[in-house]
Design a binder for this molecule. Structure first.
Ligand SMILES: Cc1ncc(C[n+]2csc(CCOP(=O)(O)OP(=O)(O)O)c2C)c(N)n1
Length: 279
C-alpha cells in the first residue's frame, strides 16, 4: 500500500475516534454523561494505525486495553451505537451498561474489558495469548507498564515466543505525575533485556508502519510517545499548547482529510442524537 493511501486510511479511523471523543466532551460538559470518563483524544493514531496494519495482515487480534480505551474499541471496528449506550449506562451498551468508559468489552471484536487494576491486562493478555496462540495486543499506559506483574508477564511472553504486541501508550503522565519523577529507565530497554524486539517511537503512522514487520510473528514492544489532550478523567484541558497529532495530520493530508473530518463529524453527531432520542 502506498504511504499516502495508508496515511489516509489511518486518518479515517483517527477521525472517527476524535469526532466521537469531541461529542463525549460535549455531553460530559452538559452532564448528559454522568459516569467517570477517560477520553483518548490525542492518542488515537496509535490504535488507528495498528488496526489498519492488522487488517492488512488479515488478523483479528485479541485486544487488552486499559481505562483509556474508546479509541481502541472504535479503531478495531466496535459498534459505535453500543459505545454511546455504554457511556449512557444503558443495557444495550457494549458492556451491558456495567463497564462504563473504563472497561469496554466486546466479544464481537475480541476486546476484553479492564478491571481497574493498572497493568492487570499485561499478565491476563499474556495468559490468553499463551493459551490460544492467537495474535494479541496488550495496550498499556506508561505508568501501568511499571507494575511488577507486567514485567514478569513480558519475560514469560518472550521466553515462549508468543505472537504478542505490547503497545505502551506513553503520554508521559500517571494522572498528573510525569515520567521523569517516577523512573530513570525506559520500557524499550526493559523489553530488550528480555530479548524482545523493542522500539521507542512517536505516534506518526509511518513510524509505526516502518517497524511492523515482526508484529505477531514474535513478541514485540513499542513504546509510542503521544499526547493526552484532555484531563486524566473528565472534560478539562491541562494545556492549550499540547501537540495534537490529529490537527497535524489533517493539515498535512489537506483537502481530502478535511472532507473526511467533516463527513465523519456529521455522522457521529447524528448517531449521538439518535441514541439519545431512543433511550
Ligand atoms: C495498581 C493500581 N495503582 C494505581 C491505580 C490508580 N490509577 C488509576 S489510573 C492511574 C494512572 C495510569 O496512567 P497510565 O497507565 O500511564 O495511563 P493513562 O491514564 O496515562 O492513559 C493510576 C495511578 C490503579 N487503578 N491501580
Amino acid at each position: 500500500m502506498k504511504d499516502s493511501n495508508f496515511r489516509l486510511d489511518v486518518f479515517k479511523k483517527a477521525s472517527l475516534c476524535r469526532n466521537f471523543e469531541e461529542e463525549v466532551i460535549k455531553y460530559l460538559n452538559n452532564k448528559t454523561i454522568k459516569i467517570p470518563v477517560y477520553v483518548s483524544a490525542g492518542q488515537e493514531f496509535i490504535s488507528s494505525t495498528i488496526s489498519v496494519l492488522s487488517k492488512k495482515k488479515r488478523l483479528k487480534p485479541l485486544l487488552f486495553g486499559q481505562h483509556r480505551c474508546h479509541s481502541i474499541y472504535l479503531s478495531f471496528g466496535g459498534n459505535i451505537k453500543k459505545l454511546i449506550d455504554e457511556l449512557l449506562g444503558l443495557k444495550s451498551g457494549c458492556t451491558k451498561g456495567m463497564g462504563g468508559s473504563a472497561s469496554i468489552h466486546s466479544k464481537e471484536i475480541n476486546m476484553f474489558g479492564h478491571d481497574g487494576l493498572m497493568g492487570s491486562n499485561g499478565p491476563i493478555g499474556v495468559g490468553a495469548c499463551f493459551a490460544t496462540k492467537k495474535p494479541t495486543i496488550v495496550f498499556l499506559g506508561d505508568a501501568a507498564a511499571e507494575e511488577d506483574y507486567v514485567l514478569g508477564a513480558m519475560g514469560w511472553a518472550s521466553q515462549k515466543k508468543l505472537p504478542i504486541l505490547f503497545v505502551i501508550e506513553d503520554n508521559n503522565l500517571s494522572i498528573l505525575t510525569e515520567k521523569k519523577v517516577r523512573r530513570n529507565w525506559e520500557m524499550a530497554d526493559v523489553a530488550k533485556s528480555f530479548k524482545m524486539n523493542a522500539y521507542t517511537i512517536n505516534d506518526d503512522p509511518l513510524s509505526i508502519k516502518k517497524i511492523s514487520k515482526n508484529f505477531f510473528k514474535k513478541p514485540v514492544l513499542i513504546n509510542i510517545n503521544t499526547n493526552r489532550i484532555y484531563w486524566h478523567a473528565g472534560a478539562g484541558k491541562d494545556s492549550n499548547d499540547t501537540f495534537d497529532r490529529y490537527d497535524y495530520e489533517k493539515k498535512k493530508l489537506g483537502i481530502k482529510a478535511f472532507k473526511i473530518h467533516e463527513d465523519i463529524k456529521k455522522q457521529i453527531k447524528k448517531l449521538w442524537l439518535r441514541q439519545l432520542e431512543i433511550r
